[in-house]
Design a protein around this ligand. Structure first.
Ligand code: UT7
Length: 340
């Protein structure tokens, strides 16, 4: 599915970006102390050096609240017309996490809902929020990607425990026109439901019910077939990015920064090679935060802006891939906005 607005068309424009990382840093060395792994393996196979994990008692909604408050501050606004929250790790299976976050943010009775698209969640949530704006249902929307993967990781599974981190990022979108900096110029979204088992929490939903019927306690934890996922990730993000670039008329060489989902530095380099974007243009912050799933894109974006890698006027391509399988891409010219 794709959406590409015309130049004077009403679109969603990015007005501010906020992020939050829980303070506790978990190093590769700390994990090597209790799992059969090593700093060397984690660094060379993934690029990750550390990740942040929330302390016991801190939930996704708490991280989402902090990032959301910062995004509102960055945009200089107090009120939005809707809150869309992407997460794989909601506070509860029911209800959604977004209404409670919206209430804590002082947003009253605005519509608030969760989007479940795993690591592609932020792009999906941004597309949903943009659609509310384009349809005239909202003038301003707060989009949040927030995760506490530390709560769903199997502590005995070295293949997932070393990869994922907790964190949150949020943006404020406002109605504007496609010609403005910050305008979301298009979306390319897709899914392939032939591979639901490659990334999953098998039990706890209606398929394997939670009342003790799941045969294996590990079925309640997150699991991933990393090797197969790797290939799908590169190909799907590559195809989706290329399709979007063609539709919005950006030659590949005009892309200043590629903000890809931060799963593995080898994936980001393979993606850059496949697209024909220089590897140096691929933003990398997974070395410090790991794979934060739905929070990955805004955290990488904020890191790049704060580090001077993304400047106003730069052409930024964002692309993400995750469980489902699901993927999505969007693009904008970076506006002169605050990052908090
Ligand atoms: O966020 C959604 C999208 N997610 C992704 O895109 C993740 C994509 N996948 C990956 O990033 C990589 O596949 C991983 C980082 C997850 C794994 O890297 P890999 O190079 O594909 O390793 P592998 O799964 O093929 O495993 C190679 C070896 C295996 O040992 P044998 O069978 O060769 O003896 C694993 O058991 O490495 C072993 N291994 C480890 N060794 C030390 C797997 N995890 C670890 C570990 N420490 N943490």
């Amino acid at each position: 599915m794709s959406i590409t607005p015309q130049s004077e068309q009403r679109v969603a424009v990015l007005k501010g970006l906020g992020t939050y990382l829980p303070p506790r840093v978990v190093s590769n060395e700390e994990l090597s102390g209790r799992l059969e792994t090593s700093d060397e393996w984690i660094r060379t196979r993934t690029g990750i050096r550390q990740r942040h994990w929330a302390d016991q008692g801190t939930a996704t909604g708490d991280l989402a609240f902090e990032a959301g408050a910062r995004a509102l501050k960055a945009a200089g606004v107090e009120k939005v017309d809707a809150v869309v929250l992407a997460t794989t790790t909601p506070d509860h299976p029911c209800p959604a996490t977004a209404p409670a976050v919206a209430a804590r943010l002082g947003q009253g009775t605005v519509p608030a809902f969760d989007v479940s698209a795993v690591c592609a969640g932020f792009v999906y949530a941004t597309a949903a929020a943009s659609s509310l704006i384009v349809a005239g249902l909202a003038e301003r929307v707060l989009v949040i990607g927030a995760e506490t993967y530390s709560t769903i990781l199997n502590p005995e599974d070295r293949t997932t425990s070393v990869i994922f981190g907790d964190g949150a990022g949020a943006i404020v979108l406002e109605a504007g026109t496609a010609g403005e900096p910050g305008a979301l110029l298009g979306f390319d979204l897709g899914s392939d439901g032939e591979y639901p088992d490659l990334i999953s929490i098998p039990a706890g939903g209606s398929r394997q019910r939670s009342e003790g019927t799941a045969p294996d306690p590990s079925a309640y934890y997150f699991s991933m077939q990393g090797k197969q996922v790797f290939a799908h990730a590169v190909n799907r993000m590559g195809e989706s990015s290329a399709a979007l670039l063609e539709r919005i008329g950006w030659p590949t060489e005009s892309v200043d920064r590629l903000v890809g989902h931060q799963a593995n530095v080898r994936i980001l380099h393979s993606l850059a090679d496949l697209l024909g974007v220089e590897r140096e243009r691929a933003v990398v912050n997974l070395d410090r935060v790991g794979n934060t799933s739905a929070a990955s894109i805004p955290l990488a974006l904020a890191d790049a802006v704060n580090g001077g890698a993304v400047k106003p006027g730069d052409r930024v391509l964002m692309t993400a891939f995750g469980g489902g399988l699901a993927w999505g891409s969007t693009a904008l010219v970076w506006p002169d906005v605050d990052v908090v």
